[in-house]
Design a protein around this ligand. Structure first.
Ligand code: ATP
Length: 228
């Protein structure tokens, strides 16, 4: 049975409909790539899951109907979001950013800083003084501090230097293989997604057009749906 299950999901921004029929399944401990060209509805799908925009259709997580919950309740149920653009509290220190997100479970500051040793070195610094890569590590750390069962990463490595990107991918792989977290990841690097993810779901103009395992994702699919 899937941990997260979306079926026939639709959503609009006012009068403008962005999602028409999204189908998406994520099993326990599985890493799934949500793929598609710019503006096809990836971020909107993430927002629908987190109840940041109203959505219709079936959205279920761990046996619960998400459409009945607020975004706060969704977070408490075990869905951790690393939003596009990171969004840490700029004026709080690294430690404070982590502490304000904390909920009971195996993830605490010690474990987060073991995953990202750079955050340990920067513990007392304000988030605003961190590099882009460090801010992304902090954003992931904050989501982990909520002790989620499912982690949503929107634009996991966007705008980061190649070396830092690699550190983020290594961490994602560690979260999947070591910590057994279920992960949904959006990123522009198909090559990295292929290495880390088990399956992919491709969306086009608000509709799921393909789902399969990474080995099944052929060059033809990539050319047709992803424009590469
Ligand atoms: P990107 O990779 O560019 O972030 P995406 O696949 O995540 O693309 P979305 O951001 O989900 O795409 O956008 C889907 C559609 O919804 C687009 O047509 C976009 O213009 C529209 N859209 C997104 N946010 C809003 C908004 N706040 N108000 C109105 N329309 C929006």
């Amino acid at each position: 049975m899937s941990l997260l299950s979306l079926s026939n999901v639709a959503a609009s921004y006012g009068a403008s409909q962005a999602l028409f029929s999204i189908e998406l399944q994520i099993g326990e401990g599985e890493c799934v790539a949500l793929m598609g060209r710019n503006g096809m509805g990836k971020t909107t799908t993430v927002k629908a899951i987190c109840r940041m925009i109203p959505a219709s259709g079936t959205l279920r997580f761990a046996g619960q109907d998400l459409t009945r919950l607020t975004s706060d309740q969704v977070a408490r149920l075990g869905i951790g979001l690393v939003p596009e653009g990171r969004r840490c509290f700029a004026d709080l220190t690294v430690s404070e950013n982590l502490i304000v997100s904390a909920r009971k479970g195996p993830w605490d500051i010690d474990r987060v800083t073991r995953l990202f040793p750079r955050l340990k070195e920067r513990q007392g610094q304000r988030a605003s003084s961190l590099s882009g890569g460090e801010q992304q590590m902090l954003a992931i750390g904050r989501a982990l501090m909520t002790n989620p069962r499912l982690l949503l990463l929107d634009e996991a490595t966007e705008g980061l230097a190649p070396v830092v990107r690699q550190e983020i991918w290594t961490a994602i792989d560690e979260l999947k293989s070591g910590a057994g977290l279920a992960i949904l990841v959006i990123d522009k690097s198909i090559q990295e997604l292929r290495k880390v993810c088990d399956r992919a779901t491709i969306i086009e103009r608000g509709r799921t057009v393909w789902t399969g395992t990474m080995p099944e994702l052929s060059r033809a699919h990539s050319e047709r749906h992803l424009g590469v």
